[in-house]
Design a protein. Structure first.
Length: 86
């Protein structure tokens, strides 16, 4: 799970946290990695979903402390879906 968490941190930092991420709305594949599936299930896949469901404003960088909360949420979903302890 630690490797998956590191991947989640990297995906959020590079694909979601910038104020205007490249390919926003298309940056998260629907399959291929457990984090991608979690991002779609938790509405953390793009800035549009974050704005709509979590009230994270578009056009502003997501601060590190909020990135940690997003990763924690994704990891909780992955652990629950996998039926194991994180």
């Amino acid at each position: 799970m630690e490797t998956i968490r590191r991947h989640a941190e990297d995906f959020i930092r590079t694909r979601l946290a910038p104020a205007n991420p490249p390919n926003d709305g298309r940056q998260t594949p629907m399959r291929g990695h457990p984090v991608f599936k979690a991002q779609h299930a938790c509405a953390c896949c793009c800035r549009g979903c974050l704005a709509k469901w979590w009230k994270v404003p578009r056009g502003t960088e997501i601060p590190p402390e909020r990135q940690v909360r997003i990763v924690d949420f994704l990891m909780a979903w992955i652990v629950r879906e996998a039926g194991c302890s994180g």
